[in-house]
Design a protein. Structure first.
Length: 313
């Protein structure tokens, strides 16, 4: 059965949970708890006596996770916050160290498919795209205020869109006549700028929408620093699992993990490499794991997932 509803099927759940080796009484962090799919599994495995700390910057998702998790156990705390505040969060809870950390990056299907959240080029909603609706800066603010070159850079960098300059020019031209406030309005501007004939696999606005989402939510900023800080909370023998959905995101995870494992992270030839080689972790995935064909048949949205994991030595 294909997933078409505005819910979210946890991606690579079996692989992530096996790698985390959850044990009763342990303390685990789900830094992107979303609708609680992974969290539900973790919570079930850490009782009796375990604690699951679930973080998400989407308040509505947390409410859904709350009603799901109470059915399993009361051994959890959910916090509406940015995972980049993990040190503060754990300090406030007087928790350190932890037995495992899961980070399932990106956006949930629930967010993407809820029309009023303004993530989808198919919805006639306000162009919003905020994961955290208490944040002020929306996608509409971004497209109406950034310079043409800033817009082109964002669309090129985060969307890997080769027509970024043409699309940015079309946005700036359109907004000089009337502000761009709705998803379908932007989707039409991009489609017209695209002017590519014939069959296309994806909607012309897909990459532009993805790039704006990443920019609005500052998804890549500080990710490397966060991964290093989060690693510092792991007990020896404890594990971190990260699932990424974008090549830039996965590159950051790969680099951070290789550095923690004392491996080279530069492009220099081996005899010129000067990377610090302090071995703090063991890589559990030398290459990223990807979803099985069985999972993809049930949930095609998982297709770009890349899972990496390491263990603190
Ligand atoms: C792919 S979904 C996670 C789905 C979840 N594992 C599940 O099983 O339902 C990603 C979630 O991460 C949240 N998120 C993304 N960046 C975040 C950040 N910096 N801090 C906190 N939450 C974040 C999003 O709001 C979204 O709910």
């Amino acid at each position: 059965m294909e997933n078409t509803g505005a819910e979210h099927i946890a991606v690579m759940q079996k692989e992530a949970i096996e790698l985390l080796q959850c044990k009763p009484g342990g303390i685990y962090v789900d830094a992107t708890v979303g609708l609680g799919g992974h969290a539900q599994e973790i919570l079930g495995k850490i009782q009796p006596g375990g604690l699951l700390i679930g973080i998400d910057r989407d308040k509505e998702a947390l409410e859904k996770a709350q009603s799901r998790l109470v059915q399993v156990s009361g051994g959890f705390r959910l916090l509406h916050d940015n995972f980049k505040n993990l040190p503060l969060i754990l300090n406030n809870l007087a928790v350190n160290p932890v037995d495992g950390i899961l980070i399932d990056l990106g956006v949930s299907s629930y967010q993407l498919l809820s029309p009023e959240r303004g993530f989808s080029f198919q919805s006639d909603a306000m162009l919003d795209m905020r994961m955290d609706r208490t944040q002020q800066w929306t996608a509409a603010d971004l497209v109406n205020s950034m310079s043409e070159s800033e817009l082109a850079d964002i669309i090129y960098r985060y969307g890997e869109e080769r027509l970024s300059r043409r699309i940015a020019a079309a946005i700036v031209h359109e907004r000089s006549r009337t502000p761009i406030t709705r998803c379908t309005q932007l989707a039409d501007i991009v489609s017209r700028a695209y002017r590519v004939r014939g069959h296309q696999n994806i909607h012309p606005a897909t990459k532009t929408f993805q790039s704006l989402r990443i920019a609005v939510n500052r998804e890549l900023e500080g990710l490397e620093e966060f991964l290093t800080e989060a690693f510092g909370f792991l007990k020896p023998g404890a594990r971190m699992v990260v699932i990424a959905f974008h090549s830039l995101e996965d590159r950051i995870v790969k680099k951070s993990f290789r550095r923690l494992a004392g491996q080279c992270i530069c492009d220099a030839p081996p005899d010129l490499c000067q990377c610090p080689r302090q071995v703090l972790a063991r890589l559990l995935t030398s290459r990223p794991m990807t979803p099985s064909p069985e999972e993809l048949a049930i949930n095609p949205r998982a297709r770009s997932a890349r899972l990496r994991s390491l263990e603190r030595i």
